[in-house]
Design a protein around this ligand. Structure first.
Ligand code: MN
Length: 203
């Protein structure tokens, strides 16, 4: 059983004007498809074959660069598509709202912290909102296609929201203006999905 490129829950043009159609098409159809097929090739015939993606990444020998990069790329993009929606934006409610207040003070303080993590990640990588088992939240960032499920990347907890800050995620529309892309991302975040992720991660 190999990993499959997931379909999006919305059209390639559905996140306009915040994320443009062409970027979505290339990002999903070329980049994410590439990580998926390279991950499958890297695990084929090894003892990693058949593991679910979260176990695979959390137990990974980090010197296995093919699986680290392509398994990370596979997982990260699956999460990224899921936490965006054409009906997104606004702010979290319910238990996630309460957890954000208790961990960051306010939603605005969380946004500043998350935007700073996304803005200051040098080169390519991701910024994350992670939930720990005790229900607290943390913002962090990782390089390349690493993610907080992996050992020793400087991020704990389970990722419940992530933003891709590789140039391929925004360059066509925003060029070098990564902060504008990060601001726009908040207009498409599906907070109900993030809350669902939070409740599952907290256990
Ligand atoms: Mn990407």
């Amino acid at each position: 059983m190999s990993f499959q490129l997931p379909d999006l829950n919305y059209g390639f043009d559905a996140l306009e004007p915040h994320i443009d159609t062409r970027t979505m098409q290339i990002h999903h159809g070329k980049h994410h498809a590439g990580y998926t097929s390279k991950l499958n090739a890297a695990i084929e015939g090894t003892d990693l074959e058949g593991k679910d993606i979260e176990s695979l990444l959390s137990e990974l020998d980090m010197s296995n660069n093919a699986v680290r990069n392509n398994g990370g790329g596979y997982y990260n993009h699956c999460l990224f598509w899921e936490v965006m929606s054409p009906n997104g934006g606004g702010s979290p409610s319910g238990e996630l709202h309460d957890a954000i207040l208790s961990s960051f003070g306010s939603f605005e303080d969380f946004k500043s912290k998350f935007s700073a993590a996304a803005g200051t990640r040098f080169g390519s990588g991701w910024a994350w909102l992670c939930a720990k088992k005790d229900g607290s939240l943390e913002v962090c960032s990782t390089a390349n296609q690493d993610n907080p499920l992996m050992e020793g990347v400087g991020c704990d907890g389970h990722p419940i929201l992530g933003i891709d800050v590789w140039e391929h995620a925004y360059y066509l529309n925003y060029q070098n203006k990564r902060p504008d892309y990060v601001n726009a991302f908040f207009n498409v975040v599906d907070w109900s999905k993030v809350e669902e992720n939070f409740i599952r991660a907290r256990g």
